[in-house]
Design a protein around this ligand. Structure first.
Ligand SMILES: Cc1ncc(COP(=O)(O)O)c(C=O)c1O
Length: 481
């Protein structure tokens, strides 16, 4: 649509904005898992007020806005305490898990370059369960990814495989606490021993669970050591906008020492403008996220988080018990928080996901990768607690409905076609045709997504990635008026 010529009426605009989100996932219902981490109580409401009140202040220049480093230093200090970092630890407040990860990887690459100036290229060693953001970081910073196998039962990283993958080019090894896909914590101490012996930087990705894991552990969840208490963990990422219930745009990346963090810094005195220096990717940035995180973390306090975790732990245990008791379903690995993956050997999980959606439940599906079969991902937050019984009931019904649905013929044809076809020889038109056969057009997905997911599950990785870009390219097309 074209920009209006005359200023618009305020109420009309707010109404239009409201209608713009009419097809969004109904996160307030408590029947959507993930995306939004709501507790629905006063602590979060205060965070939103703080966000709005600091929305306009600019974190670009700490000399103009000394409130920015003041609030950031408090927040970083709290997360360093939570992750048992020695006194000299430091951090960076970032816009999200991806920025935290980008900065950790960038720092490790600079450290590797400084230590081994004779080498031109460096590598990132990633268990296949490491988050996609590390693959993105490798892509941005021109590092080679070396993936390692995980245990086929526990889905935890394999320290032996990591040891075998380390070379003189390794800039960083990554472990998760926990992984997004399965919600399991890697054997961090064992991997750290390998990294120490080889002099390699180890990063613990605690983006999804790093803040709440200590409370889950206090309730009896089996959580191995994963933080700075493990000698050899050099950096850690912890998102506050996930399971610390802060508003989006809030994550931290922590470093064991200031010397390690210095590798993330960027300074520029080479141009005609102001001297630029910062640790983050962003330069001009709203102070809203850090002010909001500062207020939210304190409004909950340890007691508030403990109370939230008690409810989430109970809810997650009940759903997992119901899944384990169901003859057609199983939980992958031994998740220790409230996120986990449901797989089935008898029922098509993509149909299951559709059937859950028809009953009002919004889950995400995960494709088959290595030993991890295709599955439905569930991530419970406090707003989901009251719906546990209804979810368990509908899950049973959804399994029965999914059982009656046929497997995709398109997926079978594509699997056969790609068995003898080099992905490099596939044209953009073929990708577009495939997507349209599965019902995807102009960035819009069909009502039932099982066909699309089964198709994706049948494709080689390189083609999956091109199909994803095709989709996003169709989604972000301005309608010029
Ligand atoms: C373990 C883990 N790492 C990194 C990320 C990336 O975080 P973000 O989406 O905030 O960039 C996520 C997101 O879910 C995650 O679960």
């Amino acid at each position: 649509m074209a920009l209006r010529d005359t200023p618009a009426n305020r109420d009309e605009l707010l109404q239009q904005l409201e209608s713009a989100r009419s097809h969004d996932v109904p996160w307030k219902s408590g029947r959507a898992f993930g995306y939004v981490f709501e507790t629905g109580d006063d602590a979060q409401a205060l965070g939103k007020t703080a966000y709005a009140s600091f929305l306009t202040e600019n974190g670009l220049d700490p000399t103009a806005f000394p409130s920015y480093p003041r609030l950031e230093n408090d927040v970083i200090g709290w997360v360093l305490d939570q992750t048992r970092c020695p006194a000299e630890g430091v951090g960076i407040f970032t816009s999200g898990g991806t920025e935290s990860i980008l900065l950790a990887v960038k720092a490790a690459r600079e450290a590797a370059r400084a230590a081994r100036p004779d080498l031109a290229r460096f590598e990132l060693v990633l268990p296949i369960t490491a988050h996609a953001a590390f693959f993105k970081a490798a892509h941005y910073f021109d590092l080679d990814v070396v993936t390692t196998a995980v245990d086929p039962e526990s889905f935890r990283a394999d320290p032996g495989a990591i040891e075998a993958a380390i070379t003189e080019r390794t800039a960083m090894v990554v472990v998760s606490a926990p992984s997004f896909a399965h919600g399991v914590v890697d054997p961090v101490a064992e991997v750290a021993a390998v990294c120490r012996a080889r002099g390699v930087w180890l990063h613990t990705d605690g983006c999804v669970g790093g803040w709440l894991l200590p409370y889950f552990r206090a309730l009896g969840a089996k959580v191995p050591d994963y933080d700075f208490s493990v000698e050899g963990v050099q950096s850690m990422s912890v998102d506050l906008h996930k399971f610390a219930f802060c508003a989006k745009g809030a994550s931290v990346v922590l470093f064991r020492t200031p010397a390690l963090r210095r590798h993330a810094a960027f300074a520029c005195g080479s141009w005609t403008g102001y001297s630029l220096v910062n640790f983050g990717v962003q330069s001009s940035k709203s102070e809203g996220p850090v002010a909001s995180a500062w207020a939210t973390l304190q409004a909950f306090g340890h007691q508030g988080y403990r109370a939230q975790v008690e409810g989430m732990h109970r809810a997650a245990e009940r759903v997992r018990a119901a899944v384990r008791a169901h003859p057609d379903l199983r939980i992958l690995g031994e998740p220790c928080m409230s996120l986990f993956a449901i797989a089935s050997d008898t029922v098509n999980v993509f149909h299951l996901q559709d059937e859950l959606r028809l009953r009002g439940w919004h889950t995400r599906s995960q494709l088959r990768r290595g030993p991890s079969p295709e599955n439905v991902h569930v991530l419970l937050t406090p707003v989901n607690d009251r719906w546990v019984d209804a979810f368990i009931n509908d899950l049973g019904e959804a399994v029965e409905a999914a059982r009656a649905l046929p497997p995709s013929e398109l997926a079978a044809q594509l699997r056969e076609m790609f068995a003898n076809l080099d992905p490099a020889n596939v044209s953009d038109d073929v990708i577009a045709g495939m997507m349209s056969s599965a019902g995807v057009s102009q960035g819009a997905l069909p009502g039932r997504t099982a066909e699309v997911n089964q198709m994706m599950n049948a494709l080689p990785t390189a083609i999956i990635e091109r199909a994803l870009v095709h989709y996003v390219d169709g989604t972000f097309r301005p309608a010029r008026g």
